[in-house]
Design a protein around this ligand. Sequence first.
Ligand SMILES: C[S@@+](CC[C@H](N)C(=O)[O-])C[C@H]1O[C@@H](n2cnc3c(N)ncnc32)[C@H](O)[C@@H]1O
Ligand code: SF4
Length: 447
Amino acid sequence: MAKPPSDAALIARYDGRVPRYTSYPTAPHFSAAIGADVYAQWLEAIPAGAAFSLYLHVPFCDRLCLYCGCNTAVVRGEAPKRAYAGHLLEEINMVADRLGRRARVTHVHWGGGTPTALPPDCLTGIMEHVRRRFDVVPDAEIAVELDPSRLDTPALEALARMGINRASLGVQDFDARVQQTIGREQSFAETADAARRLRQIGARSLNLDLIYGLPLQTEDSVAHTARLALRLGADRVSVFGYAHVPWMKKHQALIQDEMLPDAAARFAQTGIIRRILEEEGGYEPVGLDHFALPDDSMARAARTGGLHRGFQGYTTDAAPVLIGLGASAIGTLPQGYAQNESSAAAYNAAIARGRFAVSRGVALSDDDRVRRSVIESIMCGGNFVIPPELRQAASGLAQFAEDGLVLWDGESVTVTERGRLFVRNIAALFDAYLQHHTAAPRHATAM
Ligand SMILES: C[S@@+](CC[C@H](N)C(=O)[O-])C[C@H]1O[C@@H](n2cnc3c(N)ncnc32)[C@H](O)[C@@H]1O
Ligand code: SF4
């Protein structure tokens, strides 16, 4: 048997720019063919009884971190935040009116930006309104993304009243020099305090976000951050590779390319963080970039084939309908994807006119559905049979099998432990849009 290739050889072969496959087709292939009218028809056709998830996007922050790739802006005054919150209430009404019923909701996810940048009474008011217009089941997951250094007592009290039971804390890196360079200062003490207080108000599950591949990070510095993160006792940890896309996020241009670790250094950094989380922290790897304690629902889902991938990354949420609310939010409906206007101004204007703010999306073809299911299974590290219509595309799996990244017998495929870091590249084999577009959209690097 041939000797397995070295890490360096794998990095050289697979360090292309490939999508993260939080959807298929991916967002660059959405078009203006899906607008407010199509969205309204899609909503009306959703079968009664379907479980819903809601995603509420808050595009505001109190600080702008230089690395940030999210759709957000620093907004200081309260007036624009209150106006936006009013439009979220209105959009909730519009969706519920179209559905014509109080649809059953099993998950609510508040993302951003930083949701607590909204005034506390706006947060509680919106959540009350969600419960009024939807049937939020008693054991629903109510999750929120938080910046630990922007979490004061009024915000915590609001989160408690909202019934938040899951929280995700942005950490990124604890090294003071790295933090200065990326414009995100945050002490370990304030992060630990935020974690403790969130547990007190009923967050039964905590997630931490770490990033590797940032300026000035070294193997030693990320190891130190990972060990500090272990002390926070989170149930889950996400480990993202820094996506440097200054052509899309202008503020990232302040991070000069020369300051960034190269592909080999990034690979080594993620390897060290992984080892520490698994060997010293007892976390189990989940998909490409998540880790969860063995009795956490995500670790269980990964073991039993119940893991899913959506716009917020990996999830245990199996609801067939995701309603996106707010600027840039993307909904996943049985018929396809629908994305709201990206800018808060355009979103506000559409809702103020009494129209849905959907401006782009894609209707799923039968071929899209087959490929989407295969791509999601690969991203979730699954073991499954390739459907006959994709056997030709699957011939490309031979190279991945030779490299020890998958087990492939011509019918079924299993992603190996070594293949976990290359799932984006494996999934790309089945992406018809990537193959057919010569002027492909630019993505962040795979490693
Ligand atoms: C909406 S933010 C989290 C909540 C909060 N705003 C905060 O920063 O703590 C979502 C996460 O996306 C990740 N993220 C943001 N920009 C990124 C980038 N360019 N590359 C990789 N991950 C990024 C960070 O880990 C961040 O915690
Ligand atoms: S990382 Fe979080 S706090 Fe920083 S700018 Fe992005 S969304 Fe805002």
